[in-house]
Design a protein around this ligand. Structure first.
Ligand code: NFA
Length: 103
């Protein structure tokens, strides 16, 4: 191992991936009809953002077309996206939530 010092580095880079599952971004998509206040409430209630951060993310979605509400393991990301889509539909809003694998 004197001749192969990269083996130590391999251990340090591989081990953390065993502890942390693949991460997925829960992404909100812009539309022309969902009220801004409704999106802010979603971000606070489902993703634990405070009012200032929820407002920032809502405005990013509004002006850039999409924005990340939170990052989670796949099962949690899927559940949150489904809950948001179901709740938005139940309130008569077209807001869409999707998940994207994180690089
Ligand atoms: N674009 C929506 C509006 O002008 C607001 C909105 C923001 C919708 C973020 C969806 C997501 N009322």
């Amino acid at each position: 191992d004197q001749e192969h010092p990269e083996h130590e580095t391999d251990v340090m880079t591989v081990t953390p991936e065993l502890k942390r599952p693949p991460q997925y971004a829960v992404v909100l998509l812009n539309d022309d009809y969902t009220p801004m206040d409704f999106v802010i409430e979603i971000l606070q209630q489902y993703f634990g953002l405070d009012l200032d951060r929820a407002t920032q993310v809502m405005l990013t979605v509004h002006y850039e077309g999409k924005g990340i509400a939170g990052i989670y393991p796949r099962d949690i990301a899927e559940t949150k996206a489904n809950q948001v889509n179901n709740y938005a539909r139940s309130q008569g809003h077209p807001l869409l939530c999707q998940i994207e694998p994180q690089e």
